[in-house]
Design a protein. Structure first.
Length: 152
């Protein structure tokens, strides 16, 4: 049986591969990728090499930096980022869950001081096995990562 690409190649941009099946849409929403004018190709429930399924996102003319990649790790800790130039992978790296995230999410606790003071939100990341939680630096409440995917 002949193998062929199921998703068109891009000349310049970022390919996010090995996203857990079903999380691709969350990532599109979180990074507000569909709000720009760049062309995006999304593959959902594609076959993966280990008889499982994965999602894949290709974004033309956008290169993810390490900070964005590590934010992505909250939703897809096994993902890989491929930077593409002239249809070739020029850099490939695995994402890593950061120890801290600043200024990205608003604290879900409506009583948190971060809502009323001129401070950037700040969360410390706690990981135990596959469970990832974010602890607010200010109110010290702990939140499941899934809550942040729903807020965006």
């Amino acid at each position: 049986m002949k193998k062929q690409l199921q998703v068109e190649a891009i000349a310049h941009g970022t390919v996010i591969d090995h996203i857990p099946a079903g999380r691709g849409i969350q990532i599109l929403k979180f990074f507000k990728l569909s709000s720009g004018s760049q062309r995006i190709t999304v593959g959902l429930n594609l076959p993966s090499g280990d008889d499982t399924q994965k999602d894949l996102i290709k974004i033309e003319n956008v290169i993810f930096d390490e900070n964005q990649a590590n934010q992505l790790a909250l939703f897809a800790p096994q993902a890989t980022i491929n930077a593409i130039e002239d249809f070739e992978v020029i850099r490939k790296f695995k994402v890593a869950i950061p120890e801290e995230i600043k200024g990205v999410f608003a604290c879900p606790n409506s009583n948190c001081i971060s809502h009323n003071e001129p401070v950037s939100s700040r969360f410390h990341i706690k990981q135990k096995h596959d469970a990832v939680k974010l602890k607010c630096h200010y109110c010290e409440k702990l939140f499941a990562r899934e809550l942040f995917a729903e807020l965006n």
